[in-house]
Design a protein around this ligand. Structure first.
Ligand SMILES: Nc1ncnc2c1ncn2[C@@H]1O[C@H](COP(=O)(O)OP(=O)(O)O)[C@@H](O)[C@H]1O
Ligand SMILES: CC(C)(COP(=O)(O)O)[C@@H](O)C(=O)NCCC(=O)O
Length: 244
């Protein structure tokens, strides 16, 4: 059994597969937790190897690997590279690019296709790939980070609405004003990058990922653009990178 881990700023995602094969990743269940220590099932069965894409700090990564070493001594933390699986990174200093983004880029890249990966998690990220060349991207604060940034005003102390706004509307409470406004910001940003990447980078395929990926892919998919949602994109990148 091989254990794959995608550790973002909010949640740890994990799956177990028999072999490093894309078909297995696509069929496997993605498990999600805010608190991995409580999930003994992660390491309950024998594990041959562990591949991790983590954007957490060294202390968190050491705590996780220190624990996992009790169950498996083949632990590999993926790193962002200049080139991998035929995909070239646009960063002048590739190691500074989040490994979750890089795994998404590796997973999405296809010869002779122009693709945008849009990940909607703690941060919202864009990565554009033209025929296996990473062209660059964006990083913007995600929904929670935008909302929490208003706490610094002292007066606006909003809470996240549990229900997603389905349409444009105006709030009549502080909370609703903030939530409706942030949703509009995300929608405006996403519509803008979809338009611009089509015009400027001839993007013809959009792959959404991350905790809000499914919601926004469904909401923005008018049927005219090729828009997909992938729950396992980072895992697919790990498999593509380490199955060679
Ligand atoms: N509809 C949505 N719109 C924007 N962001 C969302 C939505 N649903 C969930 N999220 C965000 O997704 C994040 C969790 O997604 P995830 O990809 O696991 O994040 P990370 O990889 O950063 O841990 C949360 O921070 C949450 O605010
Ligand atoms: C941009 C990110 C914070 C996104 O993380 P996430 O929302 O998936 O938790 C992460 O990819 C990261 O820490 N990147 C390093 C900076 C960069 O990619 O240039």
């Amino acid at each position: 059994m091989v254990l794959l881990i995608d550790w973002g700023n909010t949640r740890l995602k994990w799956m177990k597969i028999d072999h490093l094969e894309l078909a297995q990743v696509r069929a496997a269940k993605v498990n999600i937790t805010d608190n991995w220590q409580e999930h003994t099932e992660i390491w309950a069965s024998p594990i041959e190897a562990i591949f991790i894409a983590s954007v957490r700090n060294d202390q968190d990564n050491q705590a996780l690997s220190g624990h996992l070493l009790n169950y498996c001594d083949r632990i590999h933390f993926a790193k962002t590279e200049q080139i991998a699986c035929g995909v070239e990174n646009s960063y002048s200093d590739p190691e500074t690019m989040g490994v979750d983004r890089w795994m998404g880029v590796i997973a999405a890249a296809a010869p002779e296709e122009n693709i945008a990966v849009v990940s909607i998690g703690s941060a919202i990220t864009l990565d554009v790939i033209q025929s296996a060349q990473h062209m660059g991207g964006h990083i913007v604060p995600g929904r929670r980070l935008m909302l929490e940034s208003l706490n610094t005003t002292g007066r606006v102390r909003p809470l996240m609405n549990t229900q997603d706004d389905e349409s444009f509307h105006l709030g009549q409470t502080t909370n609703d004003c903030v939530n409706a406004g942030i949703n509009s910001m995300i929608e405006g940003y996403l519509r803008h990058i979809i338009n611009q990447t089509k015009i400027e980078y001839q993007v013809s395929r959009f792959i959404f990922a991350g905790g809000g990926g499914k919601y926004w892919q469904q909401r923005l998919n008018s049927g005219t653009d090729q828009m997909e949602y992938s729950e396992s994109l980072v895992f697919e990148g790990l498999v593509k990178r380490y199955s060679v």
